[in-house]
Design a protein around this ligand. Structure first.
Ligand code: GLN
Length: 474
């Protein structure tokens, strides 16, 4: 069910909130054994809250959103609930406060069913690097779910939750959304508060909603937006009701198709993109070829920037305040080194070492920043000619689990990261299947035009039903 289905079901008394939550928790318990999409499941509190909302509903003291189930990527701090960030280092970390976005949804009455699995510290594209194990793809258990917000994508796709919040530093909302056949939105950098989200690369990290439909993402974005003085990068903007924009006509809009992004994809993928383009053409959209060069350099620039920022952000995990291990240190050095050696996985250590090297050789960082500026300026130039851009989300469909996947990581990120480097809003929507495995494409618009972005994406979903296909999970 979508969020809208659940709102209607509760309103029309098709089920009580308690019945709904109990049913879903049972389904999560059963399927999590295979999918491994949850790290923590909140059985007791979820049922208690469901009872509370049924009580309020009985006396008409509820609002429409009271009792909607949700789960959060385990990177969002949740008061009193373990927040691991997929790491051994934080496996016992219990925050004393909620991140702003969670606090907002709690205020509106969403029920937190738990914390979803993720790549350790959000570093990865396949959800293979979590300390808590790999997350499986509900369309085929031999395939990866995609990362780093793979637990959220897998759980939504399997029908265990209608929606979730993920984070996207270099594609972590869009890539698993594409692999699992769901809708995932990364808003403009600075649009949603990052307060209480464990930092990976602060100049790129951005949270966003993941759900079945654009309409549900619009509902969540309505609730999540709004200035937060606790995040210094959060931008003060007028509040929108995105639901008022999603049904606008898109006739006459101009969309750019970057030649560099479309030339190397396989023919099945090309056909599906062409089908989507044809649907848009029927809706009155004009397509023009554009050029977004320097894709390869975007990868190098991205990995230099994220590694440097990660090395800096992860320096606070010193084994004293966070991640205490019962090892008797013989020296201060011992005290620092042991927990970091035991607590971090291979991928995280790799980024810290690379990042530390880069911070000591600042010329690489400066060069990467220049490439980043070049990429951003190029997007700005192109948006003078077109209203939006469409590109595939990934180069291939979801792959099998494999230790060598980390090399593939770089190739799969090729379509997602330049959008983060430029800070633009972007959404993944499902556009079909290759060998029974879903794939999606991305729509990108200029900064802070989430209303246009959702409008273009929703217009596609009104004319197709790829987003309404569900894997066979009981
Ligand atoms: N795969 C990218 C990385 O490992 C993206 C991660 C993300 O968006 N959190 O950095």
């Amino acid at each position: 069910m979508t969020i809208i289905d659940i709102i209607n079901g509760l309103k029309n008394k098709q089920f009580s909130c308690y019945e709904l939550i109990k049913f879903i928790l049972k389904k999560i318990k059963k399927n999590n054994k295979d999918l491994n999409c949850f790290i923590t499941i909140e059985y007791k509190t979820a049922l208690k809250e469901a009872k509370k909302y049924d009580f309020l509903r009985k006396f008409n003291q509820n609002n429409l959103l009271n009792g909607i189930p949700i789960a959060y990527k385990d990177i969002f701090c949740t008061k009193g609930i373990k927040t691991t960030c997929g790491s051994n280092f934080l496996k016992n970390f219990i925050p004393t406060y909620n991140s702003t976005l969670i606090e907002k949804l709690k205020y509106y009455g969403f029920i937190n069913l738990g914390k979803t699995n993720m790549d350790e510290f959000a570093m990865g594209s396949f959800n293979e690097s979590s300390y808590f194990g790999q997350v499986k793809n509900p369309w085929n258990l031999n395939l990866v779910s995609g990362g780093s917000s793979g637990g959220s994508a897998s759980a939504i796709s399997a029908g265990l939750i209608p929606a979730s919040l993920g984070t996207d530093t270099g594609g972590s909302i869009r890539l698993p959304s594409s692999y699992c056949g769901i809708t995932g939105l990364k808003p403009t950098y600075g649009y949603l508060s990052r307060y209480g989200i464990i930092s990976y690369s602060s100049s790129l990290d951005q949270a966003g909603p993941m759900a079945h439909t654009v309409e549900d993402c619009a509902i969540l974005l309505n609730l999540l937006s709004g200035y937060d003085k606790l995040d210094s990068t959060n931008i003060k903007l007028n509040k929108y009701n995105f639901l008022n924009y999603i049904n606008n006509s898109i006739s006459g809009i101009k969309i750019g198709l970057p030649i560099e992004y479309l030339k190397n994809i396989n023919s099945k993928f090309s056909c599906l993109i062409q089908d989507a383009i044809n649907i848009y053409k029927k809706l009155g959209i004009n397509f023009v070829d554009i050029s977004l060069p320097y894709i390869e350099s975007a990868i190098s620039a991205y990995y230099i920037i994220v590694s440097a920022e990660a090395a800096s952000n992860l320096a606070k995990y010193d084994g004293i305040k966070y991640g205490y291990y019962k090892i008797n240190p013989k020296s201060l050095k011992d005290l620092y080194i042991n927990p970091r050696t035991i607590g971090f996985g291979k991928q995280v250590k790799n980024r810290i070492l690379t990042g530390t090297y880069i911070l000591n050789n600042i010329k690489y960082f400066i060069k990467a920043k220049k490439i980043r500026n070049y990429i951003s300026n190029n997007f700005i130039k192109i948006f003078k000619k077109v209203n939006a851009i469409i590109i595939p989300t990934t180069k291939y469909r979801a792959n099998k689990f494999n230790k060598k996947n980390q090399k593939l990581n770089l190739q799969q990120d090729i379509y997602t990261i330049s959008i983060n480097l430029a800070g633009l809003p972007v959404i993944n929507i499902p556009i079909g299947f290759i060998n029974k495995c879903p794939i999606g494409f991305q729509i990108i618009t200029p900064p802070f035009t989430e209303n246009l972005l959702l409008n273009i994406a929703h217009s596609y979903q009104k004319n197709t039903n790829w987003h309404l296909n569900y894997p066979n999970i009981l």
